[in-house]
Design a protein around this ligand. Structure first.
Ligand code: KIV
Length: 280
């Protein structure tokens, strides 16, 4: 087994000019596949609210939900750095609660680092969590937990003032000790400026190619969840129709009694069967 990826490895990727590959996972099979595929970072994102739990957004996701899913993913991920996402209101009410909940994700979930959404306003929170010994990844630009306050799931940093605020957010989080940043749904030239403005790796989602790495929600990328596919998602495969075909074929087999066949059934010795019948 190759060695576990560390925060230092992630940071070195930027100085060495290596692009970082990050995907989401919410369970053991996807954790195993991400590990086998050789990605650098696996995010157990609160996007699980939408793509796994069938919620409308991420707001209702709880600490318990996150811990449950992080545990499963960690069992499959031996090599990638596993990021646990802090759910809405688990870090917003006080710094003390933020440290305590970040600690829970690591102690009870088993992730390597945590991620939280927010810019300059959350720099003191990030600083305190980092001081407590927990590496933090920031998340700026479109922050889904507060999407309604940002005008919905829409591109951020449209005008110069809004774009400057995002650059300020990145600088504040980097100064607070975040080891890396996610930047979501911003114009590509802005993301490039952000990546140039800070020394830590900036990983983009809907932020163009001129950043230090990319992250996608796996269920979007493999076509497992197609209720809403953001513009920035590239679908590398369409797994949903394949699963639907398999379910239809299984259904037909069961209804027509062509499954299970002899190859899927356990045998019983003839004499045992005879004996059993006499006992009935
Ligand atoms: O929750 C999540 O999956 C995320 C990604 C969109 C970066 O935060």
């Amino acid at each position: 087994m190759s060695k576990k990826i560390t925060v230092k490895d992630v940071q070195n990727a930027k100085t060495e000019g290596r692009k970082l590959v990050m995907v989401t996972a919410y369970d053991y099979p996807f954790g195993l596949m991400a590990d086998e595929a050789g990605v650098d970072i696996v995010l157990v994102g609160d996007s699980l609210g939408m793509v796994v739990m069938g919620l409308d957004g991420t707001v209702a996701v709880t600490m318990e939900d996150m811990i449950h899913h992080i545990r499963a993913v960690v069992r499959g991920c031996k090599k990638p750095l596993v990021v646990g996402d802090m759910p809405f209101m688990s870090y917003n009410t006080s710094i003390r609660e933020a440290i305590s909940n970040a600690g829970r994700l690591m102690k009870e979930g088993g992730c390597d680092v945590i991620k939280l959404e927010g810019g300059t306003d959350f720099a003191p929170t990030v600083e305190a969590i980092v001081k407590a010994g927990i590496p933090v990844q920031g998340h700026i630009g479109l922050t889904p937990q507060t999407a309604s306050a940002l005008g919905g799931f829409v591109m951020q940093g449209k005008d110069a003032a809004a774009a400057k605020k995002i650059i300020d957010d990145a600088r504040a989080l980097a100064s607070a000790g975040a080891f890396s940043l996610i930047i979501e749904a911003v114009p590509a030239p802005l993301a490039q400026l952000v990546a140039e403005a800070v020394e830590i790796p900036v990983i983009g989602i809907g932020a163009g190619p001129h950043v230090d790495g990319q992250v996608l929600v796996t269920h979007d990328m493999v076509g497992l969840f197609d209720k809403f596919v953001p513009k920035f998602v590239k679908q590398y495969t369409q797994i949903r129709p394949t699963i639907l075909e398999a379910l239809a074929a299984y259904q037909k087999d069961v209804r027509e009694s062509t499954f299970p066949g002899p190859e899927h059934s356990f045998k019983m010795a003839d004499n045992t069967l005879e004996k059993l019948k006499k006992m009935m």
